[in-house]
Ligand binder design. Structure first.
Ligand SMILES: [Mg+2]
Ligand SMILES: [Zn+2]
Length: 162
């Protein structure tokens, strides 16, 4: 089986703006993200983004905008010789319609675990919100709560050395 580090996006990978990140120009990648992902990949982890993007349901931006942001991130990580294995995002929002994927539900993590044959007991979820940690617990992976925009390099080094 494989092991993985699941990463929330806003506040973990890119700067949390305190509002929705609506286009690629607002998608500001935090310092050391490329290096942090390289550290995880070298330690044999799959790296998978698990993100709520309720702004899509609200009509603030589209899936195409989100894909542009993710392309920007892939270009960034490739400069460090690292890559992200997959992206899962929930385009729904409770104010528009209910779904099973939006965190704190764990469906996105569970789908990824089934697709990539991931062992939850060897895996982690890093997020800056309580709902990230709740989703992690429901899926049986270790949740690590960080402060928004605080950077993940040290935590990733620690995970890689365990
Ligand atoms: Mg977040
Ligand atoms: Zn959803």
């Amino acid at each position: 089986m494989n092991k993985a580090v699941f990463l929330d996006r806003d506040g973990v990978i890119n700067k949390e703006l305190g509002r929705y990140c609506e286009n690629v120009d607002e998608f500001e990648i935090l310092e050391d993200v490329g290096l942090a992902i390289k550290v995880l990949k070298e330690a044999g982890f799959l790296v998978i983004i698990i993100s709520n993007q309720g702004g899509i349901a609200k009509g603030l931006y589209t899936e195409a905008d989100v894909n542009q942001m993710h392309d920007k991130l892939c270009q960034h990580t490739s400069k460090f010789g690292a890559s992200i294995d997959d992206f899962y995002f929930c385009p729904h929002h409770d104010s528009i319609s209910r779904c099973l994927c939006r965190k704190p539900n764990s469906l996105m993590i569970e789908k990824a675990m089934a697709t990539y044959n991931i062992d939850p007991s060897q895996s982690y979820m890093i997020g800056d919100g309580k709902r990230d940690i709740e989703a992690a617990q429901k899926a049986g992976v270790k949740g690590i709560l960080i402060e928004s925009n605080s950077g993940i390099l040290e935590i990733c080094k620690q995970i890689a050395s365990e």
